[in-house]
Design a protein around this ligand. Sequence first.
Ligand SMILES: O=C(CO)COP(=O)(O)O
Length: 254
Amino acid sequence: MRKPIIAGNWKMNKLAAEGARFLMDIREKVPEEGRVETVVCAPFIHLPFLSEAARDFPVSIGAQNMHHEESGAFTGEVSPAMLSDLLISHVIIGHSERRQYFNETDETVNQKTHAAFEHGITPIVCVGESLEQRENNETMDFVESQVVKGLEGLSEEQVKDVVLAYEPIWAIGTGKTASSEQANEVCTHIRKVIEKTFSKEAAEAVRIQYGGSVKPETIEELLSMSDIDGALVGGASLKEESFLKLVEAGANVS
Ligand SMILES: O=C(CO)COP(=O)(O)O
């Protein structure tokens, strides 16, 4: 069975003290690692503290982006080497907000995904359609092309370790969760694309999260679906109490 993975994406929220307090508040309460993988993806400036503080309990710390180059003249950027130096274990790649506001493309997603593996960081690769694409029945083709282009050139073994996050843009921060059936339909398609492009083993191993207005009230049903292995959560990951409920739901998937 694939281990559920619940990741909080704080986006551009929380001052340093708030981030630290969050971690201290959840430390005694997160379920053990065997049942669920718990990840907190924080703004860069939080990472040194959070990574150090989370060392002795089962929360992994992730970044929300990175550059693909090791180092160099890229003002304002953070490299994969810098993240792995801080023992950052996960990185969100190609979030729709980065695609929309910061010109990320399938090509940069692919470069960053390769770079993450070169530095031992698990990439959480985001895909998902706009409302217009959904209304025009383009969802499956569009998501398929994002997956194929984003993962191009990875080995089968690497693909098994990728985390894909299906986040329909129309459901992000809008309170409109995709129904569990809608979400699962696309996640099933993504798994078929992995099988067709890589192998059946890779498709069976790869974990696919759903993201978009996930709340404690909706998580259980989402996680009960055949191809949804976790959630990437924005708003509901900002409060300790709701984040813990989401993680607990992940731990209780049997
Ligand atoms: O974008 C998201 C997570 O990456 C989803 O955000 P919300 O959970 O706030 O809708």
